[in-house]
Design a protein around this ligand. Structure first.
Ligand code: ADP
Ligand code: ZN
Length: 626
């Protein structure tokens, strides 16, 4: 594959052509030049046989050895001189007059440069019906699998919700005509959101495999080039290719490489990237209704994407592919353990428990490392010891992409999230718990998702409890540990923002009345606040915010102290299960024993082992390569 960047090729080509042009217009250098005086001497001595006159250039042939040389006359040769030479029996030839045009020396390079520009435009704009270009630089680097991939949903463990959501797409790709006849609008763009290695590519391929359609994969970074127009041309090519293979799936990995929010015309944008993104938008919009192409794109930073990409009719469907929880990890291990001989003592459920924070790619890697270890010792089977050693390596190894969580981190996170969840559950006006998890997502170590009722109006009581819920994570940490962590930064921001707005925007504080102290301006540059109050009021607002936050903090701290036993139960359940849905959470709160919950896979073997031994990274030099 020709990986020299396009612009380098272009410069090289230009240099060669220009050099050639100049060599054309300049005179060839004579090979053998002799001084004019020497030439005069030779004439006097009768050694010259022949002179070919070409303007002031004289090509001279000697009499004795027919040697040739060149010399230059100080002035054009006149007829008298020629007659003199004739008298000396020198043969004189006069070259045909040259149609020398001084413009020509200019024109030829100019024409060539014009030609170059034309060639460039031809290749960057080329949209032949087949999309086939003679050069590969405007071709997308997409990998086209014309046959449907062998992967299917059975090969994807965990991510049940994601699979459920993607089933509709599979149905559509299997029989697009059925959907078109009904006039149904199928989402064209699906955005898979999740950390690296969590299986976004894997699940996209499985969708193609299930539907038995071609899978055309490209990466966002393929479209990022220095040269304006190339990325856009590649996008065009990608879609041309897809149209030839429809129904099919286009998969664009790392879409944030091209899809980043465009600079709002401030400070000058990146022209190339903007053109590429625009082209992508054009292609997304440009599908005719009958086209049966689904575009799936992957990112772990949906927040940096250009809002235009997420509009209806584009990537309007988002599917979360999170890091797997303990159950998911066990299933992934099972899938990748197929075809690997495991010893009797291997307990994949236990291994899953010991690998919090591992994503699918890590687990696959872990099994492979273990197989390598066993093979190196010429053993026939992979033992639990190999697997543990391999887990160590994956943690220690430099290739580790995702977050690895220590047991201490897990505990802190579990108490913290349990705190949020308890506050949400017990406070009268707070939204109930929808889901609580200690599986990290984005930059959050875990999260509690409330079941939001969509109301247009938020009451003061609900907002106040909302603040309390936000502060409950830290409160739980305070209660349990004699130290606190940085994990509550976002909670504080949220609580403070709510408190401040209750006072300054929503007139919810008796001391401040119903005055709009702060006006939120929404402009094309984003929102900003304009302050409409005095320094004195500012001070009073700050104090009121502090007081409100303190009250709510004390309220939840009191609540959690009272419900300490529930806090412990929920925390233990979280450490065990990593994720609790609404129903499971309520059951734990109401004191149902953990064992009565549906066990993750097989019942835990030994009950003493509440806290399985963790793999704690040892402080030792990295032996990954040894
Ligand atoms: P991403 O695209 O999210 O970075 P990949 O799809 O490339 O991650 O995942 C890398 C590998 O990890 C896949 O080839 C697959 O073998 C394995 N893997 C990841 N997630 C899963 C999963 N849920 N089930 C089975 N294998 C998985
Ligand atoms: Zn929190």
């Amino acid at each position: 594959m020709n990986r020299l960047p396009f612009n380098l090729w272009f410069i090289l080509l230009a240099a060669i052509l220009i050099a050639w042009a100049f060599s054309l217009t300049s005179n060839q250098q004579p090979t053998n030049q002799v001084a004019y005086t020497t030439f005069l001497n030779e004439i006097d001595q009768g050694r010259v046989a022949k002179i070919a006159v070409d303007g002031r250039q004289l090509n001279v042939t000697r009499r004795e050895d027919s040697d040739q040389y060149v010399t230059y006359a100080p002035s054009p040769i006149d007829t008298t001189t020629i007659r003199e030479w004739g008298d000396k029996k020198i043969q004189v030839e006069i070259a045909a007059p040259r149609r020398d045009n001084p413009l020509l020396g200019f024109l030829i390079p100019l024409l060539l440069i014009g030609l170059l520009v034309a060639i460039f435009f031809f290749f960057s704009r080329n949209r032949g019906p087949s999309g086939d270009n003679a050069f590969s630089f405007t071709k997308s680097r997409a990998k086209v699998l014309t046959e449907a991939p062998k992967t299917n949903f059975k090969d994807v463990a965990g991510c049940e919700e994601a699979k459920e959501e993607l089933k509709e797409i599979v149905e559509f790709l299997k029989a697009p005509a059925r959907f078109h006849e009904m006039g149904a609008r199928i989402p064209k763009g699906v955005l898979l959101v999740g950390p690296p290695g969590s299986g976004k590519t894997h699940i996209a391929r499985a969708v193609a495999g299930e539907a038995k359609v071609p899978f055309i994969a490209a990466s966002g970074s393929d479209f990022v080039e220095m040269f304006v127009g190339v990325g856009a041309a590649r996008v065009r090519d990608l879609f041309e290719t897809a149209k030839r293979h429809a129904p099919c799936i286009i998969f664009i990995d790392e879409i944030d490489a091209v899809g980043r929010r465009r600079g709002g015309g401030v400070g000058g944008g990146n022209d190339e990237r903007e053109q590429t993104l625009n082209q992508l938008l054009v292609e997304l919009d440009g599908f005719e209704k009958e086209t049966s192409i689904i575009i799936m794109a992957a990112t772990n930073r949906p927040d940096v994407l250009d809002p235009a990409l997420l509009r209806p009719g584009r990537f309007d469907r988002q599917v979360a592919i999170d890091a797997p929880d303990v159950k998911g990890r066990e299933q992934i291990l099972k899938i990748h353990a197929k075809g690997k001989p495991l010893a009797e003592d291997v307990d994949l459920a236990l291994l899953a428990k010991r690998t919090p924070g591992f994503v699918g790619a890590d687990l696959e890697n872990l099994l492979n490392e273990a197989a390598l270890l066993a093979a190196r010792d010429s053993r026939k089977k992979i033992t639990m010891k190999d697997l543990e050693e391999a887990a160590d390596r994956v943690i220690m190894g430099p290739a580790k992409k995702s977050m690895v969580i220590t047991q201490k981190d897990r505990e802190v996170t579990a108490y913290h999230e349990a705190g949020h969840a308890l506050a949400a559950h017990f406070l009268e006006h707070a939204d109930n718990v929808h889901k609580v998890t200690i599986v990290p997502r984005g930059r959050a170590m875990g999260f509690m998702m409330p079941s939001r009722q969509d109301t247009l109006h938020w009451s003061k009581k609900r907002l106040t409890d909302q603040i309390a819920v936000a502060l409950a994570g830290r409160a739980a940490e305070e209660l349990v540990f004699d130290d606190v962590t940085t994990g509550a930064e976002n909670d504080f921001r949220q609580a403070t923002d709510l408190a401040r707005r209750m006072i300054t925007e929503w007139g919810m504080h008796p001391d401040f009345g119903t005055v709009a102290y702060q006006v939120r301006e929404d402009t094309y540059l984003g929102g900003y606040d304009t302050r409409q109050y005095s320094e004195d009021t500012a001070k009073r607002i700050d104090e009121a915010v502090q007081k409100l936050l303190k009250e709510q903090h004390d309220k939840v701290l009191h609540l959690l102290t009272e419900k300490r036993d529930v806090l412990e139960r929920v925390t233990q359940a979280l450490l065990e299960r990593e994720t609790l849905n609404a129903e499971e959470f309520v059951r734990v709160v109401e004191g149902e024993a953990l064992e009565s919950l549906e066990p993750p896979s097989e019942p835990p073997k030994d009950k003493e082992e509440k806290e399985p031994p963790r793999i704690v990274p040892k402080i030792k030099p990295n032996l990954g390569g040894a």
